[in-house]
Design a protein around this ligand. Structure first.
Ligand code: DGL
Length: 272
């Protein structure tokens, strides 16, 4: 039997920051990354389109010999993951697994919050799906959750402006209403926000605990694999990393290397 890889899917480059955190925890495993850069951003699209695109991404990654796929994209995790898990995978890839980033982030936030007030910053689509509210209240029903859509942040990070005055102004505008609600925990509910963490920390102050997916998903996956030896034993450990993008631009190499923290070579993916 051919050994399998771990697939990581995002709408674009941001998922590379999550993958960097996963590789830190699981350095020996083989990974296949797919960024749907030709069709990003997903964060302003309808749930139906996000589901269609996500299905195609899952088909592609399973075709590339992945045993399980991580949705690094919060927007896809919010709008498509559940339907893919209960419908698309059983029908088309029986026995395979697809996991998202929301539940791990919700679990960590619930553990950290002492005053039961959690803030969530995310794309417009993730906020309207209310998926974080659903996952958090499943764990602690009385938790108060304050959400803020931050449509300016992804374009700012993509333009390399994460350390700029503009990013600081946008962050203040988005964070102040949440801080005014006295949140003690903040979920960075979007792949790109990890790159803004130092600015967010400065604005939110030390009292607010920050849940960054790039720091937690790797450990959660490691724990999952320890509990699922039937999957773990099928995974290849040759340290091979393959990166696919639906559009090949210099930007992917440049931004991709910035998010992943090392130089990467990117291949063109054809989704159907
Ligand atoms: N990857 C998306 C997310 O985590 C952000 C970028 C986009 O809108 O496509 O929600």
């Amino acid at each position: 039997m051919r050994e399998k890889a771990i697939g990581v899917f995002d709408s674009g480059f941001g998922g590379l920051d999550i993958m960097k955190g996963i590789v830190r925890e699981l350095p020996d495993y083989d990974f296949v990354y797919l960024g749907d850069t030709a069709r990003m951003p997903y964060g302003t699209r309808s749930g139906k389109i996000i589901l269609d695109f996500s299905r195609e991404a899952v088909d592609f990654l399973f075709l590339k010999n992945c045993e399980l796929v991580i949705f690094a994209c919060n927007t896809a995790s919010s709008d498509a993951l559940h339907r893919i898990q209960v419908d698309h995978v059983p029908k088309n890839h029986n026995g395979k697994k697809v996991l998202g980033v929301l539940i791990p982030a919700a679990e960590v936030a619930c553990r950290l919050s002492k005053n039961n007030k959690i803030g969530v910053i995310a794309t417009s689509s993730t906020v309207s799906s209310k998926s974080f509210i659903r996952e958090i209240t499943k764990i602690i029903p009385e938790m108060k959750i304050y959400q803020q859509a931050c449509p300016l942040l992804v374009p700012l990070v993509e333009a390399g402006e994460q350390n700029s005055q503009m990013a600081e102004m946008a962050l203040r505008k988005y964070l102040e209403p949440l801080l005014a609600k006295d949140i003690d925990t903040l979920i960075l509910g979007c792949t790109h926000y990890g790159l803004l963490e130092s600015k967010i920390r400065k604005i939110a102050g030390r009292k607010v605990k920050i849940v960054s997916e790039s720091r937690i998903i790797g450990a959660k996956l490691k724990d999952y694999l320890a509990r699922h030896p039937e999957i773990e034993t099928r995974l290849a450990k040759n340290k091979e990393r393959t990166f696919y993008s639906t559009d090949l631009t210099d930007n992917f190499r440049k931004l991709g290397s910035r998010f992943f923290g090392e130089k990467i070579e990117v291949r063109k993916a054809e989704l159907s």
